[in-house]
Write a protein that binds this ligand. Sequence first.
Ligand code: DC
Length: 226
Amino acid sequence: MSAPRKLVIAIDGPAGSGKSTIAAQLAKRLGYINLESGAMYRAVALKALEQKVPLDDAGALRALADVTVIQLEPHGEGNRVLLDGRDVSQRIRQADVTAAASRISMHPPVRRVLVARQRELGANGGVVMEGRDIGTAVFPNAEVKIFLDANPFVRAERRVLQSGVHSLEETQRILAEVAARDERDRTRSASPLVAASDAAILDTTHKTIAEVVGEIEAIVKKAVRS
Ligand code: DC
């Protein structure tokens, strides 16, 4: 019997939709590589902040991305992220980098550099890649496309729980940050966050991680057979 086909599984959706956790668990169950494309935007954003490259200078940011080595290594529930060989896995999750990543990802020249790298990483299949434009722009021919969504308040609440800080100020700050990021990601002209026309749209608001992973596994099984 031949080995099962190794697919490309694209998982897109807004912040707090459950993408990262679901993609990591799914990849583990399937024996696939899990790649967080957002970590690449975050890594370039961190380098831009460190080198004081203006976040609105698309040309300078593209040049920066061109000479930046980003490695995503499997690690626990996600990826260890190396920026020019330095482990920045924790640093890129901080609020300043999160905001900067959303800004630099608006520029088409920056996206072109990172999309090309993402395509290389997924070229041999056997990957779960999560992001905003994986099913629409990076792998428009992906065999499985999933778009995860959830009620905005629930998404913000998940982020608050992740942050471990439960003050009213912190809750309000995260709510505002998620809303601002949503707005930027959905309304930018270059590869806005939108479900591919052939994506399965799953609302995770009232579902457990295990339920969603199970639903996606069923979709994958069907795709492997077809
Ligand atoms: O998934 P994340 O929160 O780590 O993504 C960080 C930022 O990167 C997010 O604001 C939007 C951007 N991004 C993108 O534009 N395209 C992707 N495929 C992944 C992330």
